[in-house]
Design a protein. Structure first.
Ligand SMILES: Nc1ncnc2c1ncn2[C@@H]1O[C@H](COP(=O)(O)OP(=O)(O)OP(=O)(O)O)[C@@H](O)[C@H]1O
Ligand SMILES: [Mg+2]
Lengths: 401, 399, 224
């Protein structure tokens, strides 16, 4: 029997039992689209996060005060206070390193911001002019912090769009005064909207010179020093040099944690990949269920079509041919369901993308291939039992059945 | 028709097509097993995390400087223009129901003792720390109840730090350096293990005032207030607010009760459990389609039987119930099988990975089974109605 | 007593009308034994189905024991079928997965009778028909004649007043056919009203009242 004829025969019997064929396609496509959508979501989340990190520059090295010997990465980020602060002088020393293209000190804190009678608690970042470039921010209006000696406190500030809206409304903010704690700062710029950066909403930030922040919070200690390496290649070397520089400056004590953006990125990447894989796997369970269903229906079809099988055998069909007929019916069913599921899945991910434009939720290629492969394979595996049962029928019995 | 006979009748047709019924049942079973297993893991993690938190007791109120939270973290870690002072901490002791007040400053420093060095967590706390957080002292005493502003330079070691520095030797009375300052070890703690990734044994406890000096900080990171078991949390919170507002002239701090935290945590984890359960539910949906398909086939195949039953005096309602019953039997048997698979799977998982917390509450088991029944009903309704709607004569004629 | 008055049954097939029953009027006394013969397509089965409340006349009145039954609701008709009417079909219509016993028991189950009462009654009737030793066999393990006797047992277990048989011997050899007819006649002797549709002249002759149908009308009605 020609392959084309086998296919035609299988297609005919599927079309004849239209209702159940549709239901089986539905079942299979639910499974496949579940895999496609779930992995799409996972992949979207991964791309979103890695994209956010990448936008911060992958050559970034982060210097965190404090170092713990037992606790891992998560704890290092929350190391808390240290006896010897990371200072602006440390920052200056690091920025003199020839491997460094840019560096910015970061101090963070909370303070009440007031303008007239309007007041709210806000997050304050104390830094230098380099911060703008390192964090890939841009200005909406006005200018960012001026350059110059970072140890000089200048009472100017740059505010996020949301702060501007809340405290100034439609009024002009540039040139106005804003009170932070017990000090007054002149607004010299408004940050452009456009993006959150890993947990911090840029729009709800007030940025002031680092020396002003030290005075405001009455503390010399920095929260972080951000360092951008000249190129990726020099990063390991730079990390070593940073540790050495700090140790020299801290009486030989290496009391900072130096992490690369890449390391953090890789951690997130791994976690989200594993997550994608897991949800995809959970979705794939439904593929197995759909496979069971196909096997079930094919068995029913074999028993209902006993006479037909008998007739086929009587006119000279071999066991192999009968097996092929039923097997190709199952595989056809499964792969059609798979394709349908793929279509549904793409519709689903497209819809999600429409609602959340930030989420580029494309199912990864491996998931798509796996879903299609698994669904066809399911048809094959679960089609074998019914097909063999059909082939094993004795022609005489089959004709009488 | 008696209900037992309904079941018997439906069961007889389920049994008549054994292979078909088993496969249909398996579809539901896989789905239910997935849901049960996944929610068991979710619930296990949920309980594990809550237990980690409640081991410190639930009648704790935490006060952090600054209003609300910044950067999603407790504000105490960051700078603030309105510090909480040791005097604040003292004042809170006088609120009704309050049994202990613990000022907290946390940081990281190098500790030196018996010729060895180690960088660890440093906790600047008050003398009431062990009772507030249910930590037990293994040897010696905890920090004494000194004048909070001028405490003696005593330190208490966490069990891991103690063994790292002193091994099995006696550490009591030994001198150590914390960030360069000299302290005398007055006690060490029993092991507390890791809590959410933080090693609570690799620590040193010193008086809060000395920690403030050490880290050059103006204010405390947190004040933890422990109140009497059964006391009204609202009143304690109100008391804290009253005292601090009168001292600071405004509400420049954040009060969080342990219960609030647990509630938030619980609801987040609950949503998570639900979400993974729902993911497993996709398979259940496919299983439901399976029942639907098989029931449609069954109705088609048994058309003449339906005609006969109608000729024998069966009402449409009876026909409907017979087929619905069949669908429900298939799905609830599948549900039972799924429960066995799911609970068994959870148990095996726990055996294989003891660190993996799993827990299957009875309510989940009942809910999963109820879900299976509902799926059977939903999937059976269309075929059963189709069966009931058949005209007896036409049904009898069908081949 | 059964009274049919001006019964018409018209089937609509596409845009064509088939007049299967043409103004039939008929009275059947309780305990009568009727045979219904006629060429294929003459409307015998249609008439039987209307008598059995499996089909509704297009027009006309049907009084069963003095009660107008054509206008009853679906459920009421079902209960009349269950209590007053028994059917015997050419192709037996036994439920294949059920034993002989269970098949006979079926009407009692549908009526909601208690299991102990049911067992009693099924045993009695199987005893009468000499089928006790076949009680737990499935239909495919029985001969045609045995199957039809099981079907008769099922049709009469509710003690109906009217027994309708559509070609009950049509699928049987003459020997088991005669067996089956004898069983039906025994039941008739016990007081049940019996209507048998048949193509077999030998079988038809045995009835006390013989009707002949052609083209949807009764053309001959002989007694004695
Ligand atoms: N459901 C139906 N739809 C359309 N026409 C029908 C239907 N049932 C019966 N008929 C028609 O009504 C007429 C009478 O049919 P009926 O089955 O009563 O004949 P019958 O006398 O029992 O024939 P036979 O001896 O072959 O069983 C026939 O012409 C038949 O084609
Ligand atoms: Mg007929």
């Amino acid at each position: 029997m020609r392959l084309g004829d086998t296919g035609k025969f299988a297609a005919q019997s599927l079309i004849r039992a239209r209702g159940r064929t549709l239901l089986m396609l539905l079942a299979m496509s639910i499974g496949v689209s579940a895999v496609v959508i779930l992995t799409g979501l996972g992949e979207g989340a991964r791309r979103f996060v890695t994209g956010e990190f990448a936008s911060l520059g992958t050559n970034l090295v982060i210097v965190i005060p404090g170092r713990s010997e037992t606790t891992g990465g998560a704890a290092a980020l929350m190391a808390g206070e240290t006896p010897r602060d990371l200072t602006v002088d440390d920052y200056l020393a690091l920025s003199r390193n020839p491997l460094v293209s840019l560096a910015a000190p970061v101090m963070v804190g909370a303070a009440g911001a007031a303008r007239g009678r309007l007041e709210r608690e806000i997050s304050v970042v104390g830094t230098t002019s380099e911060f703008l470039k390192i964090r890939h921010l841009s200005m909406d209006r006005g200018k960012f912090l001026p350059g110059g000696d970072p140890s000089r406190a200048v009472n100017v500030c740059v505010i996020g769009e949301k702060i501007k809206q809340e405290l100034f409304g439609k009024e002009q903010a540039l040139g106005e005064w804003l009170r932070l704690g017990d000090r007054r700062f002149r607004v010299i710029g408004v940050l452009a909207t456009g993006g959150r950066s890993i947990g911090v909403d840029i729009q709800e930030l007030v940025v002031i010179p680092v020396a002003s922040a030290q005075a405001l919070f009455n503390s010399p200690g920095l929260f972080r020093i951000l360092v951008e390496a000249r190129s990726r290649d020099v990063m390991p070397r730079l990390q070593d040099q940073i540790r050495r520089t700090i140790a020299e400056r801290h009486q030989g004590e290496e009391d900072v944690t130096v992490v690369t953006q890449d390391a953090v990125l890789a951690t997130f990447d791994n976690i989200l990949r594993a997550l994608t894989f897991t949800v995809g796997g959970i979705g794939a369970i439904s593929l197995a269920v759909a496979g069971i269903l196909i096997m079930n229906i094919m068995l029913v079809a074999v028993s209902q079509r006993t006479r037909e099988i008998g007739l086929l055998k009587a006119v000279g069909a071999t066991r192999g041919q009968v097996t092929m007929l039923f097997l190709s019916e199952a595989v056809l069913l499964a792969s059609l369901g798979g394709l349908l599921g793929l279509l549904l899945g793409y519709l689903g991910t497209t819809a999600i993308h429409g609602v959340y434009p930030d989420m580029d939720s494309q199912a990864p290629l491996w998931a798509v291939l796996a879903a299609i492969g698994v669904s066809s394979l399911t048809g094959l595996v679960f089609g074998i039992v019914p097909a063999r049962r059909a082939a094993a029928l004795e022609p005489v019995e089959a004709l009488n059945g | 028709m008696r209900s037992r006979d309904f079941v018997g009748f439906s069961l007889s047709s389920v049994m008549a097509h054994r292979t078909r019924s088993i496969l249909t049942t398996m579809g539901i079973a896989v789905g239910i097993a997935a849901v049960v297993l996944l929610t068991s893991i979710g619930e296990g993690v949920n309980r594990f995390v809550l237990a980690e938190f409640t081991q410190f007791g639930t009648n704790i109120v935490a006060i952090n400087p600054g209003k609300a939270t910044t950067f999603g973290a407790p504000t105490g870690v960051f700078n603030t223009v309105r510090p909480l002072s040791l005097e604040d901490s003292d004042a809170l002791n006088r609120i009704p129901y309050v049994t202990s007040v613990v000022p907290v400053v946390q940081g990281n420093a190098e500790v030196e003792g018996s010729g060895r060095q180690r960088r660890t967590m440093v906790y600047g706390v008050g003398s009431q720390f062990p009772e507030a957080f249910k930590f037990l002292v293994a040897a010696g005493d905890f920090l004494p109840d000194d004048d909070p502003r001028a405490p003696r330079a005593y330190a208490v070691l966490g069990s891991k730090l103690k063994s790292e520095l002193f091994g099995d030797a006696n550490a009591l009375g030994e001198r150590i350096r914390v960030g360069g300052d000299r302290y005398r070890v007055v006690g060490y703690m029993q092991s507390k293990g890791q809590v959410l990734g933080f090693d609570l044994d690799d620590t040193v406890y010193i008086p809060a005032a000395r920690a403030l000096d050490l880290f050059g900080r103006e204010g405390l990171m947190e004040i933890d207030v422990l109140y009497a078991e059964g006391a009204p949390a609202d009143e304690v919170v109100a008391g804290v607010n009253r005292v601090l507002v009168s001292r600071h002239g405004g509400e420049d701090f954040t009060v969080t009760t342990q219960q609030q935290m647990l509630d938030v945590l619980g609801s987040v984890l609950g949503v998570l459990t639900f979400a993974v359960g729902a993911l497993g539910g996709i398979s259940l949906l496919v299983g439901g389609v399976g029942i639907l398909t098989i029931m449609i086939i069954a109705v088609r195949e048994r058309t003449s039987e339906i005609g006969l039953l109608r000729a024998l005096g069966a009402t449409r309602q009876q026909i409907l119930r017979v087929f619905l019953g069949e669908a429900v039997i298939l799905s609830s048997l599948g549900g039972l099988m799924g429960l066995v698979l799911g609970i068994g799977g959870a148990w095996l998982l726990h055996l294989a990975i003891p660190a993996m917390p799993v827990h299957t509450p009875v309510s989940y088991i009942l809910m999963a089974e109820a879900m299976a029944v509902v799926i059977g009903l939903a999937a059976g309704v269309t075929p059963a109605r189709r069966a009931a709607a058949m005209e007896p004569l036409e049904a009898l004629r069908a081949e | 007593m059964i009274t049919l008055e001006g019964i018409n049954r018209i089937f609509q097939v596409g845009d064509q009308q088939v007049h299967a029953l043409d103004d039939i009027s008929l009275t059947i006394q309780p305990g009568e034994y009727l045979s219904l013969m006629g060429p294929s397509g003459s409307g015998k089965s249609t008439l039987l189905n209307i008598l059995g409340l499996l089909d509704k006349p297009t027009s006309g009145r049907y009084l069963l024991e003095g009660r107008e039954v054509t206008s009853l609701s679906d459920d009421e008709q079902a209960s009349v079928r269950g209590e007053k009417i028994g059917f015997v079909f050419q192709f037996f219509h036994l439920v294949p997965r059920m034993s002989a016993f269970e098949n006979v028991e079926l009407p009692l189950v549908l009526a909601g009778m208690a299991p102990s009462v049911r067992r009693e009654r099924v045993h009695v009737i199987l005893e009468q028909l000499g089928l006790m030793d076949r009680a737990h066999h499935r239909p495919d393990q029985l001969s045609g004649g045995q199957r039809q006797r099981i079907a008769i047992a099922r049709a009469t277990i509710m003690k109906p007043s009217l027994l309708l048989a559509d070609e009950p011997t049509g699928n049987l050899d003459s020997r088991s056919g005669t067996d089956v007819v004898e069983v039906l006649e025994q039941l008739n002797a016990g007081g049940i009203t019996l209507v048998v549709v048949t193509h077999d002249g030998q079988v038809g002759k045995r009835a006390g009242r013989r009707l002949r149908m052609v083209d949807g009308a009764i053309v001959k009605d002989e007694r004695g």
